[in-house]
Design a protein around this ligand. Structure first.
Ligand code: BDP
Length: 730
């Protein structure tokens, strides 16, 4: 029996004994969550500890660079935490137990004994091999670049933290996308649009001199999951960040991040040439405008030679853009692309556009505005598309643009911050949402044309690929507000690296790294995480309903709102409840948004019978008496779904109670309190929504669902002027 298996069994037994006899006496160290998934907690099992720590007695790293220093520091930190031991460095690779080496320094002798497949390791990838050379077991981490070595080191440390069997290590990994970004919606005044974890971690006021140690920990955390870029500023951009006084601050951050393989990017306000450049126009075809951007870009690259490029939100929600000058998105994007091209920069041009002047279904507008320009964008432009056509709802069908622009690179934009999913109060494991979208089949090149294949570029052979996640990071001690919101940052990074990973394996990894490798804990918590996303869909927007939240801050239910100046800002625009029924008719008999999908997909979505019930009301307006697959009428099914969501949260609470023995008290209590708020809010969503929809259905609340505790008027009168994350006025 392998040591590994034996240890597992021993631990199982120990656990049984513990959970029956010793539970009250266990005390786990309080943790505030700052260390994220890089806790390197002490390994109590002496056999495993000794087995792992032998590799830290003789580590050989050849070469000198900032990234190698980062690698060494991480090894020191991990060794101190996991074994309470120092690291011993070994100059002779023949004597070393752990060798970390790039292609350039790879010793001839090793090449003979342990050949590497450098091509499949790729520019940012790595291999980790457990090998026997002259009767000695060694681990070799190899990469073409030092960043690859850094990723490989983090992978080895992850394997150890998960207490995996090292003798099985034979990994070759390389990222499947090129640009793996966090998008910070952070403002220069340190507020964070849709941020629920405190203020922005960028302390603009004290930069460039004062380097908060958090910057480095942020970089470590990101590098450990393969994130290689960060857009520092809000998509609702402020031109000031392009002024020299801010560029020097951005440079200071770039210098901190560089050794971690992380590039900085900025958002570009399209009207910056007017606002800070003194020009009279920002017309992308105007020579002065082109020159202004070219000069500005050169100025940035002079300070930050590896600056990544610009992210642009144009002609959307009041932001300026090329259409202000009668130009199109390609004109705008290409002008900026020309400015950054000499320096190897990219332009990420967002497809999140909709206009109050366009009376067509909001869900159709991005596709209509972009698809006709397929093939007209420069090579260094990538279009950044949200996962769904409306706006980061708890559930949306995949965006019809995916797969529909074969000649243009498209990158995914997911939201990690939980704007529409309970802020940082609700436990919602978002990799489940991401996975659903990535696995969706666009059918654009026949069956199996998944969104993941669009994103990794394999469907249409793209030269640049990427993924962006709207960050949920702030100044809260645990970074993300809810301890479980860390899982969404982690899971996003893992999927940006490999969009084919399953949500379940991510849940397992994250739980092991963040809480415990105890099998009882994992067997209970993995299913809980996996279900948490469906729970929030059920208690907020079941059966394909969407955009029902209150105005502005988006906190809590507001399905009744119908007095906002722009029709498509009103929830009533989306649910269209009336005496006849509920739902948005996007079929051929309605707005025909289904026609933007490939024929097979469109055909399914066009008919209620072939539309998945979880998306039913996204595509169809159906009678309250419509018969669902289980025989219930729609009204009853809707009410029961709301109740199911509430029940799921109740179950989460009792599951969490059982996890007490495995969690330190601080995080246990924190999550417990948050779950009780989640339950309160889940009930609020159910009761307020059903009271309102009942006005139209005229039907009784079905058995099994309690009657709402307040009148509809009372729900409507609840206001929350100081709910967090609201978009500041500017
Ligand atoms: C919406 C947010 C808004 C953002 C916008 C965007 O409510 O704050 O500015 O998306 O993505 O989800 O541009």
């Amino acid at each position: 029996m392998s040591i590994f298996l034996r240890n597992l069994i021993v631990r199982y037994h120990a656990l049984l004994i513990l959970s029956f006899i010793l539970v009250p006496s266990i005390s786990l160290n309080a943790e505030n969550g700052y260390d994220l998934w890089l806790r390197y907690s002490y390994i109590n099992d002496s056999e495993i500890r000794e087995n792992y720590s032998q590799y830290f007695n003789k580590i050989n790293i050849s070469g000198e660079s900032e990234t190698l220093v980062v690698i060494k520091n991480e090894l020191l930190r991990a060794s101190k935490g996991m074994f309470n031991k120092k690291v011993l460095w070994e100059n002779d690779h023949l004597k070393a137990k752990l060798i970390i080496v790039n292609k350039e320094n790879y010793p001839k002798q090793l090449e003979k004994n342990v050949p590497q497949d450098w091509a499949s390791i790729g520019e940012e990838g790595f291999s980790i091999k457990y090998v026997k050379i002259n009767d000695n077991y060694k681990i070799i981490i190899a990469g073409n670049s030092e960043i690859g070595l850094l990723y490989g080191t983090f992978e080895l440390l992850k394997q150890m933290q998960m207490q995996n069997d090292l003798s099985r290590l034979n990994i070759i990994e390389s990222p499947k996308t090129d640009i793996r970004l966090l998008n910070h919606w952070d403002n220069l005044d340190r507020t964070v649009e849709r941020g629920y974890a405190g203020f922005s971690i960028w302390n603009w006021h004290k930069l460039p001199e004062y380097i908060d140690p958090r910057y480095e920990d942020y970089a470590r955390a990101n590098a450990s999951i393969g994130i290689n870029g960060t857009v520092l500023t809000n998509v609702n951009a402020n031109a000031l960040v392009l002024e020299p006084r801010y560029i020097e601050k951005v440079k200071a951050l770039a210098d901190v991040f560089r050794p971690y393989g992380i590039k900085v990017y900025l958002t570009a306000r399209f009207s910056a040439p007017i606002e800070i450049g003194g020009l009279e126009t920002a017309d992308p075809l105007d020579e002065n405008v082109k020159n202004w951007w070219a000069t500005k870009t050169a100025e940035i690259y002079k300070e930050i030679p590896d600056f990544g490029g610009f992210l642009v939100k144009a002609n959307s929600e009041g932001q300026p853009g090329p259409q202000n000058y009668g130009r199109n998105h390609a004109d705008g994007a290409n002008m900026l692309a020309d400015a950054v091209a000499p320096f190897g920069g990219v332009i990420m041009w967002r497809a999140f556009v909709y206009s109050e002047h366009d009376p067509t279904d909001r869900a159709k507008q991005a596709y209509s505005e972009f698809v006709p320009y397929d093939g007209q964008f420069r090579d260094n432009v990538i279009i950044q598309v949200k996962n769904g056509a409306i706006d980061f709802q708890p559930r949306e069908p995949f965006h019809p643009m995916f797969g529909a622009m074969p000649k243009t690179p498209l990158m995914m934009e997911f939201q990690i911050t939980q704007e529409y999913l309970g802020f940082s109060t609700h436990m919602v494991f978002l990799p489940k949402l991401y996975e659903e979208v990535l696995k969706a089949d666009t059918y654009r090149e026949g069956e199996g044309s998944t969104v993941a294949k669009v994103i990794d570029g394999s469907l249409h052979n793209k030269s640049i690929t990427g993924m962006a996640g709207v960050s949920n990071v702030g100044t809260d001690i645990n970074w993300t507000g809810h301890p479980f919101a860390q899982a969404n940052w982690y899971g996003y990074g893992r999927l940006a690296w490999n969009p084919y990973l399953s949500a379940e394996e991510i849940a397992e990894e994250w739980l092991k790294l963040t809480f415990s490798t105890n099998p009882n804990f994992l067997d209970t918590m993995i299913p809980m995480l996996m279900e948490s996303r469906e729970a929030v869909v059920n208690y907020m927007t079941p059966l394909g309903l969407h955009h029902l939240m209150a105005t502005g801050h988006h906190y809590g239910p507001g399905p009744w709102v119908n007095d906002l100046s722009r029709p498509e800002w009103n929830p009533t625009y989306y649910h269209k409840a009336d005496k006849e029924g509920i739902g948005f008719n996007r079929s051929e008999t309605g707005t025909n948004a289904v026609s933007q999908y490939e024929e097979t997909v469109a055909k399914n979505f066009n008919e209620p019978a072939t539309t998945p019930e979880k998306l039913l009301l996204w595509f169809h307006h159906l009678s309250w008496d419509y018969k669902m697959k289980d025989g219930n009428i729609l009204w009853d099914a809707l009410a029961l779904k709301y109740q199911e969501g509430v029940n799921q949260v109740k179950k989460m609470i009792s599951t969490w109670e059982q996890m007490k023995p495995y969690i330190d008290e601080e995080r246990f209590k924190e999550v417990k309190m948050l779950l009780s708020i989640q339950l309160k809010e889940a009930k609020w969503w159910r009761d307020a929504s059903l009271s309102y929809f009942q006005e139209f259905s005229g039907k009784p609340i079905p058995n099994g669902v309690p009657k709402p505790g307040k009148t509809l008027e009372e729900y409507k009168s609840m206001t929350y002027p100081y709910a967090p994350g609201i978009r500041p006025r500017w």
